[in-house]
Design a protein around this ligand. Structure first.
Ligand code: ZN
Length: 133
């Protein structure tokens, strides 16, 4: 299952990131997922429960921030958001705009932890996880 391997990769990346906070537990993991990353949110949430079991991430929330597809049109010199993923045409002039600016992201935006040792709560951790899959 695609989503299970994604969930496992996130758990691995987060575990590495929080390794220098030994007493901490993870409260929340925020993801940025592009519309073209072909991730089914419900399925990923379900797999999250399985992948985090027995880890320091158990019980943490997975927040998925869906990013729309944005293309750049050379003719108009504009970045535009397109609604569907069927046609990559500039909404302004109708020309094919194949220059993808956003939509394939699959990355960890931030990790929120509870660390009794320090007051740290948020770790900025923009990390692409697409490469691990
Ligand atoms: Zn255009």
């Amino acid at each position: 299952m695609h989503e299970l391997s994604i969930a496992a990769s996130i758990v691995e990346a987060v575990t590495e990131t929080v390794a220098n906070h030994p007493g901490a537990y993870v409260k929340e993991v925020r993801l940025r997922v592009g519309a073209l990353a072909s991730v089914v949110e419900d399925s990923l949430q379900f797999c999250w429960q399985i992948a985090t079991e027995g880890s320091s991430l158990y019980g943490s929330a997975l927040v998925i921030n869906q990013l729309p597809v944005i293309v750049h049109c050379d003719a108009c010199d504009l970045d535009s958001q397109i609604d569907g993923v069927q046609s990559f045409r500039c909404p302004n002039c109708g020309e094919i705009a194949a220059d993808l600016r956003q939509g394939r992201e699959l990355e960890i935006e931030s990790i929120e932890i509870e660390d009794p040792e320090t007051d740290d709560s948020k770790i900025g951790a923009l990390k692409s996880i697409g490469d691990h899959i």
